[in-house]
Design a protein around this ligand. Structure first.
Ligand code: TYM
Length: 337
C-alpha cells in the first residue's frame, strides 16, 4: 500500500509593486526554492496589496506576470509548488474583511510599514494601506501554513497575524493554525547600495542603490563599483554593522551569493581595500542572477505556459482557501448559501 505522509505547509508572497530586487531574492525567494520536497508550498503575487499605493495598470499587469516568470526561474517548479495570483483567489479579500473586524485600530496604527508608507504617500493614506495587515493575515491563515518565510521588514505583520488568529481562536475555538515566521539568518535585510541605512526597495524610482533581478551584468557591476562604503580610516573588510554598515551590507550580499561566512570573507580580503572588494561582490551577484535572468526572459515569451501555471495554481489554492473560509463563515454565524 502506498504510504501517505502529510507534508508541512509553507506560504509566502511578494507585492508586484515594483520590479523584483536582489533584496526580494536574497531575503525571500532564495529561501523558498529549496523547500519544495519538505513542504507543501504556496507562493503568490500579492496584487491586491500592490494597489494600496497607486499603480499604473499596464505596469502592474506586466510586473505580475514577470514576477511569476521570475519565481519559476528562481527554481520554484510549478509541478511542486502552488504558484498563483492573489486576486484570482477571492477568498483572500473575503477573509480579509472578516479579519478586519478582529484587528484593532491601535494595533494597525503601530505598524512601522504603515507609518513609513503614510509619510511617503501623504496625499494617499487610504484605508487599504491601513488595513493591509488584516489582508496579509488572511493570505496566511487561509492556508493554515506551518511556516511563513519573510524578510525582517515583514516580521511585524506576521506577528500581528498571530495576534489576530489568537483573538479569533479565543472566541470560536481552534479555527486557525498559528504559523511561525521564518526569517533567514543571512539576507533578511539587504540595504540600498547608496544608503546602507535604508532597505533595498523595489518601489523606489531610479534609485542607484538597488539591483533588479533582471539587471544586465554591466549595470550590476556599475552599481557595485559605485556602492557606498564607509568613511572609516582602517579601510579593511570587516563585519561591523553598526560602524561600517556599507561594508557589512556588501559582506551580507557576498555571503548570501557565495555561501562563505563573514570570517572567510574577512580572511579572503585581508590586506585589500574596498576598491578590490566591491567588484568581487558585483561579480558574485552577476553569476547568481545570470541564470535567473536568462530563464525568466525565456519564460516571458511563453505566455500560454505562464497562463496555464497561474490558472492551475489558483484552482489548487482556491480549493484549500475555500475550506478555511467556509469554516470561518460558519463560526461567525453567516447563513450557509
Ligand atoms: P514585499 O513585496 O515588500 O517583499 C517581499 C518579500 O521580500 C522581502 N524583502 C527583503 N528581504 C531582505 N532585504 C530586502 N531589502 C527586502 N525587500 C523585501 C520581504 O521581507 C518579503 O518577505 N506584505 C508583503 C507581501 C505579502 C506576504 C503575505 C508575505 C502579502 N501577503 C503573506 C508573506 C505572507 C510585502 O509587502 O512584501
Amino acid at each position: 500500500m502506498e504510504e501517505t505522509t502529510v507534508k508541512k505547509r509553507m506560504l509566502s508572497g511578494i507585492k508586484p509593486s515594483g520590479d523584483l530586487t536582489l533584496g526580494s531574492y536574497l531575503g525571500a525567494i532564495k529561501n523558498w526554492s529549496a523547500r519544495a520536497e519538505e513542504f507543501d508550498c504556496f507562493y503568490f503575487m500579492a496584487d491586491l496589496h500592490a494597489i494600496t499605493v497607486r499603480q499604473n495598470p499596464a505596469d502592474l499587469r506586466r510586473r505580475t506576470l514577470e514576477q511569476l516568470a521570475q519565481y519559476i526561474a528562481c527554481g520554484l517548479d510549478p509541478e511542486k509548488n502552488t504558484l498563483f495570483i492573489q486576486s484570482h483567489v477571492p477568498q483572500h479579500a473575503e477573509l480579509g474583511w472578516v479579519l478586519n473586524c478582529y484587528a484593532m485600530f491601535g494595533e494597525l496604527s503601530r505598524m512601522t510599514q504603515f507609518k513609513d508608507k503614510s509619510a511617503k504617500n501623504a496625499d494617499n493614506i487610504n484605508g487599504g494601506l491601513f488595513t493591509y495587515p488584516s489582508l496579509m493575515a488572511a493570505d496566511i491563515l487561509l492556508y493554515q501554513p506551518d511556516l511563513v518565510p519573510v524578510g525582517e521588514d515583514q516580521k511585524q505583520h506576521v506577528e500581528l497575524c498571530h495576534t489576530i488568529a489568537r483573538r479569533f481562536n479565543g472566541v470560536y475555538g481552534d479555527v486557525f493554525k498559528i504559523p511561525e515566521p521564518y526569517v533567514p539568518k543571512v539576507g533578511a535585510r539587504i540595504m540600498s547600495l547608496t544608503n546602507p541605512t535604508a532597505k533595498m526597495s523595489k518601489s523606489e524610482n531610479e534609485d542607484t542603490g538597488r539591483i533588479l533581478l533582471m539587471d544586465p551584468p554591466e549595470v550590476i557591476m556599475r552599481q557595485f563599483k559605485r556602492a557606498i562604503t564607509d568613511s572609516d580610516t582602517e579601510h579593511c573588510v570587516r563585519f561591523d554593522r553598526e560602524n561600517k554598515p556599507g561594508v557589512a551590507n556588501l559582506m551580507t550580499i557576498y555571503s548570501a551569493c557565495t555561501g562563505e561566512t563573514y570570517e572567510q570573507i574577512e580572511a579572503e580580503f585581508a590586506g585589500q581595500g574596498y576598491g578590490a572588494f566591491k567588484p568581487k561582490v558585483g561579480e558574485a551577484v552577476v553569476e547568481t542572477l545570470r541564470p535567473i535572468r536568462e530563464e525568466a526572459t525565456r519564460l516571458m515569451k511563453d505566455k500560454a505556459y505562464l497562463e496555464s501555471v497561474y490558472r492551475d495554481g489558483a484552482r489548487k489554492a482556491g480549493y484549500v482557501a475555500e475550506k478555511t473560509l467556509r469554516k470561518v463563515y460558519k463560526k461567525v454565524g453567516f447563513v450557509a448559501p
